[in-house]
Design a protein around this ligand. Structure first.
Ligand code: PLP
Length: 367
């Protein structure tokens, strides 16, 4: 989760403003929302993801279904593809956010696999490995890509690579699920961070996008997500929506109100929207600053190895390249906690603990 430079959770000021208004608005009540979720929220989420003038929105061939966080949106997609379309195979990157595997397994997929993604030696995408593995996947496969800020590596495909992935997805007739959990965190620019999704829309793909508002709105425990469904035409969209409502009905029946109302109130009000964009930039700038500081500090210490990846990777996480033995030293000797694979949360770094962490990494690498 995001933390301030004081190491504290951050309730975005615009979220506080809207919550204060909600608390005294006597026109609000606790009636159930429609099964597909709050209409104002779903449309605002789609506009944010695809752009105001997206052809898919203008042509009325995209639907949003509210979900219990980004996790719930992934679950809806997995369930729908299994139950309604007969998919039994899912490929996601190696490494990835672990829940991708768990969700598809618990939906009954018998072929849950990971394609090569991370080239540890060069600290970049193993693009040939990825293409080779996807080429070998069966035709009816759901393929997950991270829209931006790949978790845990912080590295996403280049434009040229994305085109090649798109060609392969098209040729093999894969079902694409783009996991968009960090829109705004990569560049601080919401439009730019939607580019992967917008590229596939431009190509006319029918696909899914799971959107999470946990990070960019700081609404972690409000479970606010949306599944964007991009179809070829309006008829297909209506059919998918009605089937998707059956999945929602038997899963959680009805989505929660609070987080969706906050997001809808902010995105549909120009002044609040402008304020929120500043908040997203504040979070993304803080992460970039921590990356820069850690990089400079390791350089000035002369820590062996190349550390450019710290500033090149995008988003909340950094795949440091530290090996399990070095991670062990950091945890046992310095009480700095990170994943065994070397992933650190950049938001855990602050101007006050930077010196300590950099010195500890230096010691672990040189020991
Ligand atoms: N997808 C990725 C890649 C994530 O990192 C996360 C959260 O950490 C999620 C999805 C789930 O988000 P949510 O908390 O909104 O369910």
């Amino acid at each position: 989760a995001y933390r301030t430079d004081e190491g504290k959770p951050w309730v975005l000021p615009v979220v506080r403003t809207v919550e204060a208004q909600m608390a005294t608005d006597v026109t609000l009540n606790h009636e159930y929302l429609p099964v597909a979720g709050m209409p104002d929220f779903r449309l605002a989420a789609l506009r944010l993801l695809l752009g105001e003038d997206s052809p898919a929105i203008v042509e009325n061939r995209v639907e949003g279904v509210q979900a219990i966080g980004g996790t719930g949106a992934i679950r809806l997609c997995a369930d729908f593809c299994k139950k309604m379309l007969g998919y039994d195979s899912m490929y996601t990157s190696s490494p990835t956010w672990g829940n991708h595997l768990g969700i598809f397994k618990s939906c009954g997929y018998s072929n849950v696999k990971q394609y090569r993604y991370w080239d540890a030696q060069n600290r970049t995408i193993d693009f040939n490995g990825m293409m080779e593995d996807l080429n070998a996947a069966p035709e009816k496969t759901v393929v997950i890509l991270h829209g931006c800020c790949h978790n845990p590596t912080g590295v996403n495909p280049t434009e040229e690579q994305l085109k090649e992935i798109g060609d392969l997805v098209e040729r093999k007739k894969f079902m694409l699920l783009v996991d968009e959990a960090y829109q705004g965190f990569a560049s601080g620019n919401l439009e730019q961070d939607g580019n992967t999704v917008r590229y596939f829309v431009k190509r006319g793909f029918e696909f899914f996008v799971s959107q999470s508002f946990s990070k960019n709105f700081g609404l972690y425990n409000e479970r606010t997500g949306n599944l964007a469904i991009i179809c070829a035409n309006k008829d297909a969209k209506l059919r998918v929506k009605s089937q998707m409502e059956m999945v929602v009905r038997t899963t959680w029946s009805n989505s929660p109100n609070h987080g969706a109302r906050i997001v809808a109130s902010v995105l549909n009000n120009p002044a609040y929207y402008a304020e929120w964009k500043e908040h997203v930039k504040t979070m993304s700038d803080r992460i970039k600053m921590m990356r820069e500081m850690l990089f400079q500090k390791l350089k000035s210490l002369g820590t062996p190895g190349k550390w450019d990846h710290i500033i090149e990777q995008k988003g909340m996480f950094s795949f440091t390249g530290l090996n399990p033995a070095q991670v062990d030293i950091l945890m046992k000797k310095y009480h700095i906690y990170l994943l065994k694979n070397g992933r650190i949360n950049m938001c855990a770094l602050t101007t006050s603990n930077m010196e300590y962490v950099a010195n500890a990494i230096h010691a672990a690498v040189t020991e």
